[in-house]
Design a protein around this ligand. Structure first.
Ligand code: CDP
Ligand code: CDP
Length: 227
């Protein structure tokens, strides 16, 4: 029987990680785990409760009490917090603009990393985030670091928001993405960084299908080596 491996996908905002990871997981028959959604869920709850995202002790209390469920609804990932479906709410700009503050705290990260490792313990996952190849799954059999220019990443988010009928300002998106890249790359604990053994893929001029096909081929080659 073919072995089930773990696939780690990291990279900055808008590089295509979640879209590609979801599609890849479905092709492989693996489970997709969106670690960004876990930090977003905590941020959403911290904002809702009025505690904010700066104080680590308050965040830790919220995390202790919070019931977080990552559900798969016919291929669509859903995020449930304390029984409420917050899949759309955790993508709102207020959450997006605060999540990197939540994600800076070392104890919060430790807790999240532990949960993520449990989810991947039996293999067969495609996990995306910022520190998957470096901290969460350093032993992952396949590691990719997706990248694209900030102009391209902002343009993708712009299209995505217009497509949802939302207001969108391309220049504002560009500066928000750059600020988040900086916060994620410069934090002390598990910053956004390509693992030494990850393959970097510049997706700037690639379609989603091209990226998925490329990663899929690389993974199939790896799996064939186990047979
Ligand atoms: O989809 P997008 O790239 O906008 O963000 P995301 O993957 O949902 O992650 C949101 C934020 O959570 C990131 O900007 C990071 O601050 C944080 N994050 C992290 O620190 N570590 C991870 N493994 C995943 C996300
Ligand atoms: O998860 P991450 O923030 O890295 O990016 P994403 O949410 O998967 O992708 C951001 C947007 O770019 C989505 O609307 C994707 O459909 C789009 N995209 C694209 O146009 N071309 C790619 N090669 C990858 C993603």
């Amino acid at each position: 029987m073919q072995e089930k491996i773990n696939v780690a996908i990291d990279g900055p905002a808008g590089a295509g990680k979640s879209t590609v990871a979801r599609e890849l997981a479905s092709r492989l028959g693996y489970v997709y785990i969106d670690t960004g959604a876990m930090y977003r869920a905590l941020t959403w709850k911290a904002l809702e409760s009025g505690a904010g995202c700066e104080d680590e002790a308050s965040l830790a209390d919220i995390l202790q009490e919070m019931e977080l469920e990552l559900r798969n609804n016919n291929g669509t990932p859903e995020i449930i917090v304390d029984g409420r479906n917050v899949t759309d709410e955790i993508r709102l700009p207020e959450v997006t603009n605060n999540v990197s503050y939540t994600a800076r705290h070392p104890h919060i990260r430790k807790y999240m990393v532990h949960k993520q490792q449990e989810l991947a313990a039996r293999g067969g996952t495609v996990m995306d985030g910022r520190d998957i190849g470096t901290a969460v799954l350093p032993e992952a059999e396949m590691k990719f670091f997706l990248n694209a220019t900030v102009e391209e990443r902002a343009a993708r988010r712009h299209e995505e928001q217009l497509g949802k009928g939302m207001d969108s300002d391309l220049e504002l998106l560009k500066s928000e993405i750059s600020r988040r890249d900086m916060l994620d790359s410069e934090r002390e604990t598990a910053p956004l960084r390509k693992a030494d053994d990850a393959e970097e893929v510049d997706t700037t001029r690639m379609s989603i299908k091209e990226v998925v096909d490329y990663l899929y081929t690389r993974i199939q080659r790896k799996l064939a080596a186990y047979e």
